[in-house]
Design a protein around this ligand. Structure first.
Ligand code: ADP
Ligand code: MG
Length: 696
């Protein structure tokens, strides 16, 4: 079958709705999707029945409200369509009520204290802006997940609220520019997803990969990524077969999988879809991550989405390409053709600059996980310091506006807002900067701090909100102005002057930048426990509650959950290390030392004169290492036992950062050294070399 024939075949999209719903029902549903008007029950019943018939034809037997709890992954509880009929048989049914609202027993999802246990039930509510789809034998209905008190227990609800906030404020700005046609401004995202593929057989022999998604031990192989021969390299046949299969599955679900290539590290790859509305892009990215894993299983592979599966080679991130556009098809981050359009472009650009400067801490926090901490600030991913790359030319344009001085570019023009057009380069920026956490790339910003396993919801909630907040301030100021052009000019000048510290076009991997960033007063929040407390800071709380993106209680719950998640992830890693060291690594090194010692005594029995220097030295070194491994295992275990009794999550997180992680590194260092001295047939685990180079 050709791609256009099966693309979206598993999605109850507009085309299917039109074909299967009566004109009246279709019109009501469309109104709900476009304007958020409430759907009445008779319409919901008609939609549900059509959806069910369609899904059953696609092989579905069950339906589920598909939602995104604060665990960061998706959740589903399947109910079959069957209903008993009077004659003892069954019929298949699906009502409007079941479509609109579900009541999963939600007591085991993290709520960070939002939902007391006596109020165990939350409810899920249909999000008609994201199409239903069939996955396997189940009709999946994208939903929001809330507590009975109405607090959001998921990532979708605040995301939708943040999009609404941005829409409201952006429309105010557009009206100031005399634009009366635009009815909606929405944000779009294209997330580039990185991942590793390893052989499933090898994976099954690594408890660390199974329990934590990353290797906790492993000596560096002789070859890593130093030759840069993997990036954009030829795709190996097994990987190519995987990608082909993956693309097909994604296309059937209407996901616009577009670009695929090998990444920098061996066994690392990337997939990018064509961008779409943020809400959909988020649902699609969650689905993509899930399907990457299920398709891998069919190919005898495992897809690793952890941010740092292997020490010594690059980790995996996710680039969040973000822009704002109108329902009339105008990208607000695209420089225009006329002075009027350019003034508007510069205003939106400045709004993003100020937003990122004012809320750098929130953007950092939006990507904070134990896994991503290993990546941010290592010499491969953007630093934990947030800054913006604009490119030299756009920076020069802003500078000339700030100082009312002539622009020193090719055309030497005075960059007042009234100039005929911005220089051509802005429309075909060729600037490429790979080290900036937040880069302007011609008509969009690319936020690069996200970890590969992060839900993109969090980053976009903060980004949308921060920009909405700045647009609100801008609109407040401009709406009261007598001479709009003059007010606009000073607003842009003021913004550049006050926020230019966040602009940095140099090499973000350079240590000198960290010093410079500190001088500029930019935050450098290196770990999750360092940054998450900012969720509860007054300026951030006021902004997020003021825009109605979060309530105070919801923010407090996010603080709890993020910290708890950090503690739990690292604790599982620590306990896995203890287990591996004690039950596999120590016995292996010990057995090998005994083998070497007995080989020395066999040799000595044959010839008492022999010195057996090699054996004696090796046994001494191995024995020293087993002592160290055993000692460090014990320290780590003791520390974990102590933390068990600590009930304050903030204290625990701090101790994990300051004590547990260093203790884990020390244990790993001793075990990795032992690996390099132990015969390969004695080592209990597949090596880095095996894991990174065996998929062909
Ligand atoms: P690169 O690796 O050079 O960053 P890719 O082609 O891998 O580029 O990814 C770019 C991503 O940006 C794609 O997902 C693309 O659809 C997306 N994108 C392009 N234009 C926009 C836009 N206006 N808004 C949001 N995303 C966009
Ligand atoms: Mg990119």
């Amino acid at each position: 079958m050709m791609i256009p024939e099966y693309f979206g075949s598993m999605v109850f999209d507009d085309r299917v709705m039109k074909a299967r719903l009566s004109a009246d029902v279709y019109r009501s549903l469309r109104k709900t999707i476009d304007d958020g008007t409430k759907l009445d029950l008779s319409v919901a019943n008609a939609v549900a029945a059509a959806m069910k018939d369609w899904a059953v034809e696609k092989g579905a037997t069950h339906f589920t409200h598909w939602f995104q709890p604060m665990t960061g992954i998706t959740a589903e509880k399947h109910d079959s369509f069957i209903t008993p009929a009077p004659d003892g048989r069954v019929i298949l049914e699906f009502s409007g009520k079941e479509l609109i609202k579900g009541e999963p027993d939600a007591s085991s999802f993290p709520s960070g204290g939002l939902r007391a246990t006596f109020e165990a039930r939350g409810y899920t509510a249909w999000d008609p802006t994201s199409y239903a789809f069939v996955k396997g034998k189940t009709l999946c209905i994208p939903t929001a997940f809330c507590s009975y008190g109405g607090e959001a227990l998921d990532k979708k609800t605040p995301l939708l609220r943040s999009m609404e906030a941005l829409n409201r404020q952006a429309l105010r700005i557009l009206r100031l520019f005399g634009n009366e046609d635009v009815r909606r401004v929405s944000t779009s995202v294209g997330p580039e997803q990185e991942y590793f593929l390893v052989d499933a057989e090898l994976y099954r022999r690594r408890p660390d990969l199974i329990y934590t998604g990353r290797t906790l031990f492993g000596a560096r192989p002789p070859k890593g990524q130093e030759l840069d021969d993997h990036y954009f390299g030829t795709i190996k046949p097994r990987v190519a077969a995987y990608m082909e299969d993956l693309n097909q599955e994604l296309w059937k679900l209407g996901i616009l999988a577009k670009t695929e290539h090998n990444e920098v590290a061996p066994a690392q790859h990337e997939l990018a879809p064509i961008y779409t509305t943020t809400n959909l892009a988020t649902d699609h990215n969650q689905l993509t991550m899930e399907i990457m894993q299920t398709v891998a299983a069919r190919h005898g592979l495992v897809c690793l989405l952890h941010e740092k599966p292997f020490a010594g080679v690059n980790g995996s991130g996710k680039h969040n390409n973000w822009s704002m556009s109108t329902d009339t098809g105008v990208n607000l981050l695209s420089p225009g053709e006329t002075p009027h359009e350019n003034a508007q472009f510069l205003l939106f650009l400045c709004a993003v600059i100020q937003a990122v400067d004012d809320y750098q801490d929130l953007l950092r926090t939006a990507v904070a996980t134990a896994g991503n901490d290993h990546r941010l600030g290592a010499n491969e991913a953007p630093p934990a310091v947030v800054s913006i790359f604009l490119g030299d030319e756009l920076t020069a344009v802003l500078k000339s506006i700030e100082s009312d001085a002539p622009y020193q570019g090719a055309e030497r023009i005075r960059m007042k807002l009234g100039v005929p057009a911005l220089p051509r380069f802005l429309r075909d920026t060729t600037d490429r900067n790979r080290t900036s956490p937040f880069a302007f790339t011609g008509n969009k910003f690319e936020f690069r701090m996200l970890g590969s396993s992060n839900s993109i919801a969090c980053a976009n909630i903060m980004l949308n909100s921060a920009v909405a907040d700045t647009l609100r301030k801008f609109a407040d100021r401009l709406e009261g102005a007598g001479d709009l052009d003059a007010a606009l000019h000073t607003l842009i000048q003021d913004t550049i002057r006050d926020h230019k510290r966040i602009i940095f076009n140099g090499n973000g991997y350079d240590d000198a930048w960290l010093e410079e960033a500190a001088r500029r007063g930019l935050a450098n929040l290196r770990t999750t426990p360092d940054c998450v407390p900012c969720l509860l800071e007054k300026k951030n709380m006021e902004m997020l509650t003021g825009l109605k993106v979060y309530t105070q209680a919801e923010l407090e719950s996010r603080y709890e959950i993020t910290m708890e998640n950090y503690c739990k992830s690292v604790s599982i890693e620590a306990l896995t290390m203890v287990d591996m060291a004690r039950r596999d690594i120590l016995p292996a090194v010990e057995a090998y030392a005994a083998r070497v010692a007995s080989s020395a005594s066999v040799k000595k029995a044959a010839d008492p004169e022999l010195m057996c220097l090699y054996e004696r030295d090796l046994v001494r070194r191995l024995s020293g290492l087993t002592d160290r491994i055993a000692g460090r295992t014990e320290s780590l275990e003791r520390l974990m036992a102590e933390l068990q009794t600590e009930s304050d999550v903030t204290v625990t997180a701090g101790r994990i950062r300051d004590e547990v992680l260093p203790s884990m590194s020390a244990l790993r260092a001793a075990a990795d050294e032992a690996e390099t001295l132990t015969a390969s047939d004695c080592w209990p685990y597949p090596t880095y070399g095996d894991l990174l180079f065996s998929v062909r």
